[in-house]
Design a binder for this molecule. Structure first.
Ligand code: A2P
Length: 408
């Protein structure tokens, strides 16, 4: 064999994740059809021995951290352990030639639409989002202007509504987008805490209309990782913030989980706990525009352990019944049977089916990872029992940017 060609075959285009940009949302690991992506308490990494370059993980990544590649000699590919130790991507070794062509491994790889359950495109009428205006290297600073407990004082969960103001700094957002918060300090190994992602709970025109502010829905996490570094660091930091404190923010992120602007579009929203943040943002946006004669329907399924643990319970109950069709599901109310959002959806099957059959309907699911299967099964059984061709409908919803899933 020609020596020149042999050298080139030994070079691979290694898929890597940028730890400086990654917001640890787990989307890539969930999406990868062959389990090539994994994580520790700090980094998400790609196993070069497993990755086949299928690209399924690339479109769903909200930050673009996933779309990084280095040409490396195959035998010197960065190991998973190498990548766990990184704080930044290594530079491209210029002595390693680019492969003549992308390795044949891409052939016959599954395409994203075969592996991703939800849409990887935004609704056609969604506004165009700004993404990544602020980064680790050049973050934004926001001032805390409010921090209110949303759950009952007696409830075990401490869920808070935190309002951040950007002053004169441009920070344009849309409902459904998220931001990253950089908590101060370092973990046990001396490395800076990594960024945490939070969905925005307020509409594009501000938590307070006309103000350059936004809100987050944050649940205080009380457990600790085994290495002492992880879970709860950022949520406790945020939940303890006082008015006037300054927070370091990156983002915004997200260009698919967005609401349609078309006034006749219907929103079918299904959430648990803090997954209510984007639903509140979308609902509040529509509420503010109600007087403009929008005809689209809003139907909400919202699950929590008990009434006292349901964030935004009071404001939600005050919304007019002809504006939003609200269905609550409580799983731990003493003396009552456990009820999940998917149970409530089945109880309202006729109305859910009617919405599903309407080409103006957009479906949003946000909350606990475990709910995703249950909700998808409920959608399927409701569709089938009402004579809808579920595989075709599912594919259509996905293709048209009308099925958005964000679970964690
Ligand atoms: P559960 O009582 O079984 O934990 P959390 O308070 O932990 O954020 O949860 C919000 C709600 O989501 C709770 O009512 C919780 O019920 C419920 N939940 C838990 N697992 C699922 C699931 N697989 N599908 C739907 N809801 C779920």
């Amino acid at each position: 064999m020609d020596a020149h060609i042999e050298t080139r075959i030994d070079i691979i285009r290694q898929h890597l994740i940028d730890p400086e940009i990654c917001i640890r949302c787990n989307t890539c690991e969930e999406t990868c059809p062959i389990d090539a992506i994994t994580h520790d308490g700090v980094n998400y990494v790609v196993n070069a021995e497993v990755c086949n370059g299928c690209m399924a993980c690339v479109p769903p990544c909200p930050t673009g951290a996933i779309d990084n590649w280095r040409n490396v000699v195959r035998s010197e590919a960065y190991s998973v352990d190498d990548q766990f130790g990184w704080e930044a991507l290594p530079a491209q070794n210029e002595e390693v030639d680019a492969p003549v062509e992308v390795p044949a491994q891409n052939e016959e790889a599954p395409v994203a639409s075969d592996t991703v359950r939800g849409s990887t495109v935004a609704p056609w009428s969604a506004a165009r989002p700004y993404v990544q205006l602020y980064t680790h290297k050049a973050p934004a600073l926001a001032t805390v202007v409010g921090n209110y407990r949303l759950t009952d004082a007696a409830a075990p969960s401490d869920i808070r509504h935190i309002v951040l103001d950007f002053g004169a700094l441009p920070f344009p957002v849309l409902e459904g987008q998220s931001i990253g918060i950089l908590p101060p300090g370092t973990s046990a190994d001396g490395r800076a805490h990594h960024v945490r992602q939070y969905s925005i709970a307020s509409p594009r025109d501000g938590e307070r209309p006309g103000y350059n502010n936004l809100s987050l829905t944050v649940k205080r996490v009380q457990r600790e990782d085994s290495n002492g570094s992880g879970n709860g660091v950022c949520s406790n930091y945020l939940c303890d913030l006082q008015k006037g404190d300054v927070v370091t923010v990156i983002g915004p992120f997200g260009n698919t989980f967005l609401m349609p602007n078309h006034p006749d579009s219907h929103l079918l929203m299904i959430c648990t706990g803090t997954g209510s943040a984007p639903m509140r943002a979308m609902t509040e946006y529509r509420r503010r525009r109600r007087a403009t004669g929008e005809t689209g329907k809003l139907m909400l399924f919202f699950g929590a352990r008990t009434r006292g643990e349901l964030p935004y319970f009071g404001p939600l109950m005050n919304l007019p019944k002809d504006f939003i069709d609200t269905n609550l599901a409580f799983s731990r109310t003493p003396g009552e049977a456990k009820r999940y959002v998917q149970d409530a959806m089945r109880e309202r099957a006729d109305d859910v089916a009617q919405l599903l059959g309407d080409g103006n309907t957009h479906v949003y699911v946000c909350g606990l990872r475990g709910m995703e299967d249950g909700v998808m099964q409920a959608l399927e059984s409701i569709a089938r029992s009402h004579g809808l061709d579920w595989p075709a409908l599912w594919e259509q919803l996905r293709r048209e940017g009308r099925l958005h899933l964000e679970t964690y």
